[in-house]
Design a protein around this ligand. Structure first.
Ligand code: FAD
Ligand code: EPU
Length: 336
């Protein structure tokens, strides 16, 4: 049902009180197509779990909340299984369901907020795994023609926090289903130091996918704020990628700078470290918003912050980091 002047407060984990002039949810491709046909050229915004969005103003247009559910096994052999999930399924529930069926590949991505449909948007990643490692296809409705199109892994052009849906075809498709190729004979990924440490702590010598998931959950809970308690959208910025030449210059001045190889001639820096060294970690502004005290990459809304205030804070951080290190941070969160 189409609703007017709908508050989006309950629909974004930043807890920003913006309004949409028009709002509707849909739970099938047929109902989505009907809404698209009758929208009278209104600007559109597709909403999932609202965990990677900052509303900086009211939205004069139609917000469509994707609630397509479903979990279907399409193919199975001795080694792998191909699962198709509805875009509106909660991501962590999807992960837990896979683990309960002993399907491996997404356990390192436990407890990431949001829905299945947004997972390919920025190729969600954590603790050594990215969605591209298990992604097989997605089915999306092309907004202007109403046709359903299938995109393969290659066609999505996944990169670090990137896909074709964030750049080349931004705003052109509604993702409705995603297919994942999961393992039945598992290769565990414990390469992220903190996972090894958590398993050792619990004296787990022969970990199962459930143990990896539990380790990831406890690491995440120890440093990331729970959006139900403190408004946030996870990492506000991407970790910047710089040339090896730039890294050498930085290491001259800051030998302790965390850095990780990224391709042949580049390195990834830790934005959290750059922000912390610029003096922003734990900053609280007017007792309402600021930078999280345990993880400087996360901007937080303690109480009643406006999206525009958080956006301004992010600009100040970008400027300070650029002045101190000559590295320009890019935002990860979608700004509306
Ligand atoms: P939304 O915020 O609703 O939407 C995000 C974007 O995708 C918007 O542009 C929206 O228009 C578009 N979109 C959503 N659904 C569809 C669809 N079906 N079709 C077309 N477009 C769509 N991300 C990580 O990668 N790794 C992490 O470790 C991580 N940790 C987080 C921790 C916290 C505490 C929080 C709050 C966020 C974290 N995130 C992380 C970010 C976020 O969880 C992911 O980006 C997630 O995939 C967003 O899903 P969503 O359904 O909430 O998307
Ligand atoms: N660091 C600091 N200070 C901080 C935060 C981090 O010095 O305040 C340093 C840490 O000491 C460490 C390095 O930065 O050396 C990396 O920190 P961490 O392992 O916490 O990961 P991150 O790079 O800050 C990224 C993702 C997270 C993801 C984790 C785990 C991005 C933008 N963020 O954070 O994703 O969960 O790794 O894999 O890539 C998200 O995208 O929303 C998100 C939370």
């Amino acid at each position: 049902m189409l609703q007017r002047n709908k508050s989006l407060l309950a629909f974004n984990t930043f807890g920003i009180d913006a309004t949409a002039s028009h709002f509707s949810s849909f739970d099938s491709i047929a109902s989505l197509k009907e809404l698209l046909l009758n929208r009278d050229d209104m600007p559109l915004f597709i909403l999932g779990g609202g965990s990677n969005i900052l509303f900086t103003q009211d939205f004069n247009g139609l917000v469509l909340k994707n609630e397509i559910l479903g979990f279907e096994i399409l193919e199975e052999n001795e080694e792998t299984v191909l699962v198709k999930a509805g875009a509106g399924m909660n991501w962590h529930e999807f992960v837990l369901k896979c683990i309960s069926l002993d399907y491996g590949g997404v356990e390192n991505l436990s407890l990431i907020p949001g829905n299945v449909g947004a997972s390919p948007m920025q190729n969600i990643g954590a603790y050594g795994t990215e969605i591209k490692d298990v992604f097989e296809f997605l089915d999306a409705v092309h907004i202007s023609s109403g046709t359903i199109q299938r995109f393969t892994n290659e066609e999505c052009a996944f990169g670090y926090r990137e896909s074709i849906f964030k750049n080349k075809v931004k705003g052109e498709y509604v993702i409705c289903h995603v297919g994942f190729r999961l393992s039945k004979k598992h290769i565990l990924n414990t390469s992220y130091g903190a996972i090894e440490a958590a398993l050792q702590d619990q004296n787990i010598k022969d970990p199962k996918i459930k143990d990896i998931s539990n380790a990831v959950i406890s690491i995440r809970q120890s440093k990331l704020p729970d959006p139900k308690v403190i408004g946030n959208a996870g990492s506000f910025f991407k970790n910047p990628i710089v040339s090896k030449k730039k890294l050498t210059q930085l290491l001259d001045q800051h030998p302790e700078i965390p850095n990780y190889p990224s391709g042949e001639d580049a390195a990834k820096l830790a934005a959290g470290w750059l922000i912390e060294q610029s003096g922003w970690k734990g900053k609280v502004i007017e007792a309402r918003y600021g930078v999280h005290k345990k993880q400087a990459l996360v901007l937080v809304n303690y109480k009643d912050a406006k999206g525009s205030e958080i956006l301004n804070l992010s600009l100040q951080i970008i400027n300070d980091v650029e002045q101190k290190f000559g590295v320009r941070l890019e935002r990860e969160v979608n700004i509306l």
